[in-house]
Ligand binder design. Sequence first.
Ligand code: SF4
Length: 388
Amino acid sequence: MKIPSASRWQRFTACAPSGHLPVSYEESGDAATKGTIIHKFIETSRKTGSRERALKAVPDDLKPLCYAISLDDVPASAESEVVLVYFGQYQRLNEVPKGTMRDDCLIMVADLFDYDKDTDAVYVADWKTGRGFVPAAENNWQMKIGALLGARVVGASKAHVSIIRIDDAGNLHEDKAEFDEFDLCDIEEQMLATLKAGYASERAMGNGKLPVVTEGQHCKYCPSFLFCPAKRALVRAAVGNPEETVKTLEKELLRENYTEAYLGLRRLADASKALWKALFSRAQEEPIPIGDGMVWGPSVVTTEKIDGDIAYRVINEIGQQAQIPGFAEKAVGFTCSKASITRAVASVEGAKDLGSSQAAVVRRLIDSIREEGGVEVKTTERYAERKA
Ligand code: SF4
């Protein structure tokens, strides 16, 4: 078994077979690419001390977001992208003597890492850029592994962890937790027990036994979804006979068993997402024939994006020459959102000075627009899973 990296331990601790079952696709995509770019921007900004330099490597569509990220509150002494490893012993990857490390080890890349000798505490932080569900820092296994590995590497007795979520406007939202030596010992014990369970499950499967999986919310992004015994039956039924699957679910509804119907549909939706992911990655290798001489696979679509400022200038000029009043105004509309105001406050010189902080300036501008009747409040209803 290749030990899952720290970011996969939330699932691994809940379901040991997820650590060794084959994977049908790698977790990647637009969100992951965006996350990598933002991580790199922050790392380069901190290392070079120049956000302008770091911005040069950022694609245009992500420049406003990156520009708006304020790193003022990040501890200056914290190192970026520190690789911590456990392979029977705890070490920083760059300090492992050549030839002593096992191929297989538990890896945690700490986006920020620091050690304060005075308080004997390490600080481990992780930037999050996606919108997916992230368990709270105190229950988050990625952060627990970070706390343990970080503390053991320097021999600290405490760990402060922080999940820093970056929203689409570049604002930072922090979720913190603290672990003392008792907590760290507890985490270590659970970590070793999880590894033992993973190896035992792998051995049992090697001996022809079906892995004993534990289903739950952690299944959502499991890359082994299509090899999971619990999901295979569902996927086979759904793909082989979709009408029958729908009928079964309808029956659940008719029996007024709404909970089962909802959970069944959710599993089906997750299974369908996993299947699509697997299909996308297969079609990327080779288009899939779908009958009648047609194939399904990637094709290049070209779209054009018109720059509003230039379009206004050009159409206005032509309109004025031809004496057509209001031509440009009709063709080019203005749009505004809280995110665009926040980006402007962060990037336009002098805008931040309009208030005590960036957030205060944004609030002031929106309040003024509201007073002028420029804010329309829309209430929409959405369905989401939440605490009862
Ligand atoms: S999909 Fe299967 S293997 Fe993956 S976490 Fe869920 S139950 Fe475990």
